[in-house]
Design a protein around this ligand. Structure first.
Ligand code: ADP
Ligand code: MG
Length: 259
């Protein structure tokens, strides 16, 4: 069955402040959706609420992945159901090597007794690292510890490639990347496009979308998706900024926080 992800009426709050004010979004296998929007509009909150970050309280809505409501699951169950999040600010975990982390994450999604063999795991990891032009030394480093911004982002994509999720959410995967790294990361994402995988790509800049062509572009403002279109929408935002969208919708600029 082709992947089907449907978010309806999602509301979420942080410390009693409502950030997401009713998000509806449908992603089918094979599709790439991009969410763009000014800083502080709730893009990362959407990603975190879907993944189940404990700081974000979901107050309404559903997020059905192939018919199952992710919002009723624990974080690890969401991952097992096929949801993946590449974080805007990946955490450093000293004491856990990158390869141990990856192998545990892969095995957590498999039945007991059906763990990936060490040889197969290493072969796969090294081949993906090669694709991402990562030095294999990174396999043995502690997770993200001392990684540069760009190295962390590549490492997030490595995780995605190894875990083969049904729905991959990439939160500002382009921030901090120089143009060469951006192309490598984009090639990694494009290589993962398939009929049974959908993508939600959160980005502040249109630049990434020159390398990963989205099927749909959504604009998020003040906790809502206020406009949707095709790739041409991203280009217009790049050229003209967000003011025209605000004017069109009669949005009054309240406090726009820094992300
Ligand atoms: P974006 O990713 O679109 O830049 P965020 O989702 O990070 O926006 O933030 C949306 C709003 O929620 C902002 O006003 C931000 O200050 C607030 N916020 C996000 N995370 C937290 C947090 N952990 N504690 C308090 N406020 C937060
Ligand atoms: Mg953000």
């Amino acid at each position: 069955m082709a992947t089907h992800f449907k978010i309806e009426g999602l509301r979420a709050a942080i410390e009693d402040k409502e950030i997401l004010k009713g998000i509806d979004l449908e992603i089918k296998g094979g599709e790439i959706h991009a969410i763009m929007g000014p800083n502080g509009t709730g893009k990362s909150t959407l990603a975190s609420a879907l993944m189940g970050h404990p700081k974000y309280e979901v107050t309404a809505g559903t997020a059905l992945l192939d018919g199952e409501n992710l919002l009723e699951m624990e974080v690890d169950e969401r991952a097992r159901a096929g949801l993946f999040l590449a974080m805007q600010y990946p955490s450093e975990i000293p004491g856990v090597t990158n390869s141990d982390f990856l192998r545990s994450a892969i095995n957590a999604r498999r039945e007991e007794g059906n763990e990936i063999s060490l040889i197969k795991f290493i072969r796969q990891m090294e081949s993906k690292m090669k694709e991402l032009e990562m030095n294999t030394e990174f396999a043995h480093r502690y997770l993200n510890e001392g990684f540069s911004g760009g190295e962390k982002k590549r490492n997030e994509i490595l995780q995605m490639m190894m875990l083969e999720p049904k729905i991959a959410i990439l939160d500002e995967i382009d921030s901090g990347l120089d143009i060469d790294a951006l192309k490598i990361v984009a090639a990694g994402v494009n290589s993962m496009r398939s009929e049974d995988r959908g993508f939600l790509i959160i980005t502040h800049y249109q630049r990434l979308l020159n390398y990963i062509t989205p099927d749909y572009v959504h604009v998020m403002m003040q906790g809502r998706i206020v406009k949707s279109g095709g790739p041409e929408l991203a280009q217009r935002l790049e050229d003209e900024g967000y003011d025209w969208v605000k004017e069109e919708l009669g949005i009054v600029d309240e406090t726009v926080g820094q992300a």
